[in-house]
Design a protein around this ligand. Structure first.
Ligand SMILES: [Zn+2]
Ligand SMILES: [Zn+2]
Length: 427
């Protein structure tokens, strides 16, 4: 039996092992602790070891059926099937794209072919421009350019791994009661341990520098079951970006998403407490691997004040996203209009009911301001702006999550007293 010199977590006093109970007892405060709980309390800090293996093989010299290009204007490195004539850059629309060499660049292993036809993608864009009151005018005119929509295969890295996590939480249950002029809070302190495993499959991370991760993560999910092995014929009539963000950089994002997902999944198993804090966290992955893949996107870009804005439609599901900002002037006008209108109507009602006074008018103004914020917020929400995803929940393989350790140790109870102010006592 290990009886390392642990101190009492309640009062800090020395602990002595009691052979009769098998626990470590504190003579000073009378609490007793299981040695397992004490070991958890004194465990080393957090540790992570998450890694992915990736294929070394790139395109060989003179890859059959594939022609590479580089855009003179934006620098995009592109490729297509070699009988397809490349006319313009799918990112910036520039016609000056020049033949390039393919060897050495990342060779995709899998491709999801387009299932959303041009007509369908066009309807998505058309639909989008209806009733968007805060859309800047420059984008309204881009509606006329829907024909310029381009088929683009975006390079992704798909990350898979089996993860093991060992978490220890500090948890508390609080009970508050009032006795006369005192408020007494009893806090029960617990040490909670959860150890489990889960498998992640094909978490996609965008490997192109030209498409913002916000855009690509908003286009998710893709159904990878429809992926086929890469072959140059699939690129006919479309352009593909060949991964320019290397796997190492993408891995950072994949690790972030794996960590967040594990944190959430494990935390969800700690229930019935008032507060829960992570004490230590150990994450370890096995069989981590990353494979390069091409995923289909319909793309339309608009240049405004030198910045490129993007509309994108998932080429497999038809989901639309974009990064267009709300027009500041239009937002302000809408806000002021709603505010003035609501205030006017409110004042009129107050006047008619003879309740008009500075107090009631102020309340009316506050309500009008809230109304204006709600309306502008709702109009902004319509724009479907892209947002990053922090977790990878949906990539946890069904049925792969198992807990093998699930223990909740009670440690001790502490009491705090607070004298109530005279106005609080009446409650
Ligand atoms: Zn003690
Ligand atoms: Zn370009």
């Amino acid at each position: 039996m290990r009886t390392a010199s642990y101190n009492c977590p309640c009062c800090g006093g020395p602990l002595a092992f009691d052979g009769a109970t098998g626990k470590l007892e504190c003579a000073a405060c009378g609490n007793a602790f299981e040695s397992e709980a004490l070991e958890m309390l004194n465990a080393s800090e957090c540790g992570e070891q998450i890694s992915f293996e990736r294929p070394k093989e790139g395109f060989q010299e003179a890859e059959e059926g594939v022609q590479a290009y580089v855009c003179e204007n934006c620098g995009a490195e592109l490729m297509t099937e070699n009988t397809t004539t490349a006319i313009e850059c799918p990112y910036c629309g520039s016609p000056t794209i020049l033949p390039d060499r393919i060897e050495g660049s990342v060779k995709p292993e899998k491709v999801i072919p387009f299932t959303v036809a041009q007509e369908q993608a066009r309807n998505q864009f058309e639909e989008y421009f209806k009733g968007k009151w805060l859309l800047p005018n420059v984008f309204l005119s881009s509606r006329n350019r829907i024909a310029e929509m381009r088929r683009l295969y975006v390079p992704y890295w798909l990350f898979s791994c089996d993860a093991r996590a060992d978490m220890v939480y500090d948890a508390e249950k609080k009970l508050t009661e009032q006795k006369g002029e005192w408020e007494i809070t009893r806090t029960k302190h617990y040490l909670v341990r959860r150890r489990g495993r889960m498998s992640f499959e094909n978490i996609p991370v965008d490997g192109s520098v030209r498409l913002d991760n916000k855009i690509t993560e908003s286009l998710e999910p893709y159904d990878l079951r429809a992926a086929v092995p890469f072959q140059s014929a699939i690129l006919a009539g479309a352009m593909a970006d060949h991964a320019d963000v290397d796997c190492e950089q993408c891995e950072i994002r994949a690790v972030e998403r794996v960590e967040h997902s594990i944190d959430e999944v494990m935390r969800d198993t700690v229930t019935d407490y008032d507060t829960v804090k992570v004490r230590t966290r150990h994450i370890h992955t096995e069989d981590g691997r990353a494979i390069p893949a091409l995923l289909p996107v319909w793309l339309m870009t608009t240049v405004k004040e030198g910045k490129i804005y993007t509309f994108a439609v998932n080429g497999q599901t038809g989901k639309l996203t974009c990064d267009v900002p709300a027009d500041k002037k239009k937002s302000l006008l809408w806000g002021l209009g709603v505010f003035a209108g609501a205030l006017g109507i409110g004042a009129l009602i107050l006047a008619l009911t003879k309740a008009l006074g500075s107090g009631s008018l102020l309340i009316c103004a506050v309500v009008a301001a809230i109304l204006a914020l709600v309306v502008v917020g709702a109009l902004k929400g319509q724009l479907k702006q892209a947002a990053q995803r922090s977790t990878a929940h949906s990539y946890i393989l069904d049925g792969s999550f198992h807990l093998d350790i699930h223990t909740d140790h009670f440690l001790y109870e502490s009491t705090t007293k607070r004298k109530l102010e005279s106005n609080e006592q009446k409650k």
